[in-house]
Design a protein around this ligand. Sequence first.
Ligand code: KG4
Ligand code: ZN
Length: 478
Amino acid sequence: MIELMKEKDLDQVVEIEYKSFSRPWSRKYFLNEIANNDLSELYVDIIDGEVVAYGDLWYMFENCDLTKIAVKEEYRKKGYGYKMLKYLAQAAKRKGCEFMHLEVNVNNKDAYDLYEGYGFEVVRTRKRYYENGDDAYDMIKGLIGEEEPRKVLAIESSCDETACAIIDEELNVLSSVVTSQIDVHARFGGVIPEVASRMHVEQISVIVNEAVRQAGISIDDVAAIAYTIGPGLIGSLHVGAIAAKSLAFFYDKPLIGVHHLKGHIFINELIKPLKYPMMALVVSGGHTELVYIEDDQSFKIIGTTLDDAVGEAYDKVARVMKEAYPGGPVIDALAKNGQPHYQLPTPKVDGYNFSFSGLKNAVFQLVKKEEEAGNEINKADLAYAFQEVALNSLIAKTKKALQEYPCQSLVLAGGVAANSRLRQLMSEEFKDIDLILPPLKYCTDNALMIACAALHYLKAGKVVAFTTPSKPSMSIED
Ligand code: KG4
Ligand code: ZN
């Protein structure tokens, strides 16, 4: 995914720079470009944590200069240079630039071919431009009328996050804005549906406006308006649906109703391409499912929880331990200092299904017994015991499912995907498959995930009517 370069990318970028150019930019120079130069924008293309390409633009009124483009050696001749060039041209166009200019060494055939292939034209030759005496071509491309990939504006409001994001079909993120109500609900120990929907109403226009502003586009420029149609809290879903329908009606755009969990799955595409057939382990506050995905349009639930969702069990266990909501991150942190001390029962369920209520109740009983006996609970040890049993059941069922349904990739999705121990166990257990773990910022609810999934609906022409109601308990198979 291409994004603005940050300080964390410096090491990788400088390494590529020194391997690629005889007169490389120094680390200090890059740092100055990202931190102090308001007229420049440096972008990096990151795949699975690895910087594969970068490019730098300098803005000068209606003109911009492409001052740098580089691709990591092992990724050359695979289209990454072209992808970066196209991204930069579109970013410049959105900023109001009419022309893009660059200089290239006349002897650098690969670079020349890339620019010429993208429509740059030579406007003059600068004699002995480089230190070694080589000439340079000045090349220019007009940006007006440049065809752009389709864009989708997506809204998420299924639970306690109000969010809006804009993405294009080449998976370039134009904006993603999220506001969470978590602090308000934390006071009550869980999400209060009426409070949630009221807060969505207050936030939604602000968030949509901000996403449009950050993307630097007009809503007229998008190809479709998407929103979470279900599952979720009916009042909350309703607010996002009304906002999306109003925009789609006013701007005369098709309307796409996205299944929330497909969003959690498809956001992984921003990390690397998904390979089918694929297995998804979806773990959130409302769902625990193993989903077999034959291609991007066919979803089959092969295992689900018979009672509580795993995130819900985390939240309830934290609550009985008098810890804050949401409980997942608290238990995750406590368990890091825990020791194997308490014994809890392993859920016994046939097939690929899950069950967490027995485990949760065992924790409740244990806490009650200890309290009655006047003993203090060791929270870290209890969090550890609960987490090991819960997560090992997820891993065991996923392993079993992959035996019957061989897959090319395995993705982890949903809020509980943020759990550090689950990520560790998954990495240890699934070494022979393309495993995709979403970065933490993509685990909790956001609208980028809805936008990523919406692109698959758009491709298949799956739109909904204005009269379609929200579906609070919709299945991923629908
Ligand atoms: O997907 P999500 O944001 O909302 C739903 O669609 O449900 O998931 C929220 C759930 C909550 O139950 C929360 O406790 C859990 O994800 N969660 C975690 C962690 N971070 C969030 N559970 C375990 N470990 C975590 N680090
Ligand atoms: Zn979610």
